[in-house]
Design a protein around this ligand. Structure first.
Ligand code: SF4
Length: 446
């Protein structure tokens, strides 16, 4: 995506973004932060952004369990660079905090990713943000939620540094620094964000009938739509709107900064089941949306492919597009490459005989399905397999034959839907295998 003279003329302001490349991942993270906070060309008259005496929360992405180098979680060396920078910049406190997705133990995930080890080595405190009571934060100019519950520890800090992995995402196109803020929400609130309905469509719980426009993906075009239950504005999903609202709420709560970890990005079935892509790059900006626009461009995305970024721009939370970003170095696009998308088509190509019914599922069960298919199911012998995930899946035709996955489908299963039920929130893939094995013939699963 190139910045043209015309597009610059339309910018009310320019947003500074730094892209730093190198194989020493701790060093490039530190360098990017030095440039952003103290560099001569930081667009903020270096020194105005004071780090001395500030309490800094480093928020990596360890929502899913993954080893270093797998791109599932933030590279621990990037965290190390951030810790070293803020200590050198005389922050009064540097703390790492995370709240994993439902079904994943945060500290276990931090341990697996190597982030906990680095935090210990560098001598900083670690918070499981789920252990704190929530506070309700109002959303200015709400698109779908008036307020959002955030872990109360967030308000104790002067700066939150979002350190996501540069990943594709099966529901939101990509997950970057804006979406990474969702890790600061309590578990129940994370789930709520995946089960939102448009106000005009939502009925009181006892009266709510089958989702009128719920998503059923099957056969060649398997998909894992989670929140596409609304009937009004078809351009944006409820989750996209919720992410933009969460970012608005954060802007009123605490200053934020983006350090996007593109050392190892993830392409394909992100955010939990994709493949690592070595990029050796980090992206830093005082504006999360600006950093995300630049990261998305490096991944080969057009803005329309990541709707929550467009919505954030429409809400005035940063630049309207990447053309309003002043990026250093000027030839930054040479560092990019096109990431394989987490599209339904991709899944359909790999597993042509599988039908997936998904309605109001979150990334937990969806990633379980991807992991199960990748780990256990032979690609050639998967006919007749129907999998259902999400609270609304039981309302869809065809779910009678489905293996119902996750606690959200329990009610439908009790009402006679599905051939088998797999308990868990989310269940582990091996349990899915056990259930599938009882439903398919031996030839189909061997
Ligand atoms: S059961 Fe699955 S879809 Fe439902 S909240 Fe848990 S992980 Fe998400």
């Amino acid at each position: 995506m190139k910045r043209t003279t015309e597009s610059v003329a339309q910018c009310e302001a320019m947003y500074s973004v730094w892209v730093v490349h190198g194989t020493d991942h701790s060093k490039i993270a530190e360098n990017a932060l030095e440039l952003a906070f103290f560099g001569a060309a930081n667009g903020l008259e270096g020194g105005k952004v004071v780090t001395r005496g500030k309490k800094v929360l480093l928020k990596p992405n360890a929502g899913f369990m993954g080893e270093p180098g797998s791109a599932v979680a933030t590279n621990p060396e990037v965290l190390r660079g951030a810790i070293r920078f803020f200590k050198k910049a005389q922050a009064s406190e540097v703390v790492m905090g995370e709240g994993a997705i439902t079904g994943v133990d945060t500290l276990e995930s931090l341990e697996r990713s190597g982030l906990l080890k680095v935090a210990r080595e560098e001598g900083i405190e670690v918070l499981d943000m789920d252990a704190f009571p929530p506070v309700w934060v109002p959303v200015p100019g709400p698109l779908i939620i008036d307020s959002v519950a955030v872990s109360s520890c967030v308000g104790d800090f002067d700066l939150v540094v979002s350190i996501p992995v540069m990943k594709t995402h099966m529901y939101t196109g990509a997950t970057l620094s804006v979406k990474n803020l969702k890790g600061c929400l309590p578990r129940r609130e994370k789930i709520r964000m995946h089960q939102l309905m448009e106000a005009k469509d939502a009925l009181p719980e006892p009266e709510r009938g089958p989702a009128a426009e719920g998503m059923r993906q099957s056969g060649q075009a398997v998909g894992l739509g989670e929140d596409q239950t609304h009937t009004g504005d078809e351009t944006y999903h409820t989750l996209d709107k919720a992410i933009a609202d969460i970012f608005s709420a954060f802007r009123g709560l605490v200053p934020t900064f983006a350090l996007v970890d593109g050392t190892f990005g993830m392409e394909g079935f992100g955010p939990g089941g994709g493949s690592p892509v070595r990029m050796d790059t980090v992206i830093a900006s005082h504006n999360l949306l600006a950093a995300d626009f630049v990261a998305a461009s490096l991944m080969g995305f057009e803005p329309a492919e990541i709707p929550h970024l467009t919505l954030c721009a429409e809400k005035g939370l940063g630049p309207p597009n990447v053309g309003c970003c002043e990026v250093w170095p000027s030839d930054w696009m040479r560092l990019g490459r096109r990431f394989t998308r987490a599209t339904p088509d991709l899944m359909g190509q790999v597993y042509p005989g599988v039908t997936i019914i998904a309605d109001q599922a979150c990334s937990g069960c969806s990633s379980t399905v991807v992991s199960f298919l990748r780990s256990y199911l032979p690609k050639e012998r998967n006919e007749n397999l129907v999998i259902a995930v999400g609270r609304g899946a039981g309302d869809h035709p065809g779910c009678e034959k489905a293996v119902m996955i996750g606690n959200c489908t329990a009610k439908a299963y009790k009402c006679g839907k599905g051939r088998a039920f797999v308990k868990g929130c989310p269940p582990v893939p091996s349990r899915v295998l056990a259930a599938v094995s009882t439903c398919l013939s031996p030839q189909e699963t061997e």
